[in-house]
Design a binder for this molecule. Structure first.
Ligand SMILES: [Zn+2]
Length: 208
């Protein structure tokens, strides 16, 4: 499995909340403002709290999420597709939001997993500092390794605020990545069926 488990992060000494708040004050000064003015007084506190949400994935175990499966599926062995899962992530190069959607599909082999668990696996990897290519691969590899289905496919369409609001300033640009494993990689018919189910990427209904 090619992701670093949260345990690696935990071995690094974590700063105290006071240290983190003081770092935010430094960034406020770096932006050119005065952290002591009234409107910014509680900002370091709010930002450190918000980090707990933005980076909740470091506390989640994506493998554990997929442990509970159901085998009474009446032989169902067609594509299971969870479409349009909201993606909120953060680019590891600029710490800017990556906003988009994820489609997760697998071809069950005798067992299925609760669909909310698939969405939570997306969050477990999205709520970390990421690049979209790695995020896509991590979600697909984990589902494939743990559920051992006949195929796994993950398609991510996202807008990167580090290129829409800064740098080259190209709003409306979305990046599409995919990872296909098993039958989705090897069997063109299965792959076509999936792509028809997912439909064309629609970039109009999310904003980043
Ligand atoms: Zn970036």
């Amino acid at each position: 499995m090619d992701f670093e488990p949260a345990v690696n992060v935990k071995t690094l000494a974590r700063p105290t909340r006071e240290e983190a708040e003081s770092a935010v004050r430094t960034l406020l000064r770096w932006a050119g403002d005065n952290p002591d003015r009234e409107g910014l007084h509680d900002t370091p506190k709010r930002v450190t709290r918000a980090y707990a949400e933005f980076f909740a994935g470091y506390e989640m175990d994506p493998i554990a999420l997929l442990q509970r499966t159901f085998e009474e599926v009446e032989g169902y062995d067609e594509i299971v597709l969870l479409r349009d899962i909201r993606l909120e992530s953060c680019c590891e190069h600029h710490m800017a939001p990556i906003i988009g959607r994820v489609h997760v599909a697998y071809l069950p082999h005798r067992r299925v997993v609760g669909i909310s668990k698939l969405a939570r696996v997306v969050d477990a990897f999205a709520k970390r500092l990421q690049i979209q290519e790695k995020l896509t691969a991590q979600i697909a590899n984990t589902i494939n390794d743990v559920l051992q289905p006949r195929g796994t496919a993950v398609i991510v369409e996202a807008s990167h605020q580090c290129m829409t609001t800064r740098g080259v300033h190209k709003p409306g640009t979305t990046m599409v990545t995919s990872r296909m494993l098993g039958a989705f990689r090897d069997d063109p018919t299965t792959r076509r069926e999936l792509l028809a189910m997912v439909g064309q990427p629609r970039s109009e209904s999310f904003s980043g």
